[in-house]
Design a protein around this ligand. Sequence first.
Ligand code: ATP
Ligand code: RIB
Length: 316
Amino acid sequence: MEVLVFGSAIVDFISYVERLPRLGETLKGRKFATGYGGKGANQCVAAARLGASTAMIAKLGDDSWGNDYLEHLRQEGVDVEFTQQCKNETTGVAQISVSDGGDNCIIITPGANDALNGEDVSKAEKLFTSCKILICQLEVPVESTLHALQAFKGISILNAAPALQNTPIELLKSATIFCVNESEAALMTGAYEIVNLEQSKEALMKLQEMGANTVVITLGSLGAVYVKSDKKNEFIHVPSITVEKVVDTTGAGDAFIGALAYFMAKYPKSALHQQIGAACRIASYSVQYPGTQSSFPNQQDMSINLDVENFDWFLL
Ligand code: ATP
Ligand code: RIB
């Protein structure tokens, strides 16, 4: 197995609206859609669509959403031996608003996701010892995520989202690659904002000082920046392509993480800027289509061969 995801599966309730509401304001939406979401499952499906063999350790409710979600993951080719429906729990839900400009705001109610625990790590030991890449996020209990990261001996990617103001040091230290977006990086490092490359370089340094190994920060249309654990003074920017029309950025970060895991598994010898450049290309595709998983490309939509394609990178 190439990619193992330990994390969340959530049903998305998406309202498309002209602009995001102000505090206390009620707005009329234009359109409503439901979709399969949750950062964990999104990342797993993103990797699976590109052609990775994947497995998902997650918890769903004992309700019709849980039944449907399990079937959906099977159809995406994900190994669901350790995706469990829990009695007396509801499937996690997310209320998402997406503006005409493609921006979003999200509230999640985790439900069954909160029941994912250390025992689920032990039960799936065979996956923890055989998979190449582990992906975790923070929509399930932090202690469970930490347990999963510490049990894994391969390459691990922690997408520390949603961000915590006081991220436990152990969590930062335990992942091979620590990845956040610009607002999460700002919250974690105490920066007022991160809107340019200079500020993102400072955030990379700070996250390194806080104990993280290799750090990646995604920057929306600017692409991503990173610093590797073995080259602590080399800060690199990998730009993204410019897209004509941004329709919906929800899940762009998840498309990036799932794709990064796919490229790391398939091209283990490629340079990190190549793997990140390819992941940015996949994520940029996703922002041009509505929804979360519904916007992720499969191999027919987009295929990137890292043995022949070269991605630009710049020293910061
Ligand atoms: P979300 O929380 O909405 O799922 P995110 O904030 O975690 O996403 P971003 O940093 O916005 O993640 O985007 C991840 C990647 O998606 C970027 O590194 C970039 O490659 C691509 N991307 C996002 N927005 C754009 C855009 N407007 N144009 C081109 N590419 C984009
Ligand atoms: O990253 C996007 C995801 O965040 C959505 O699918 C939603 O479920 C929330 O978890």
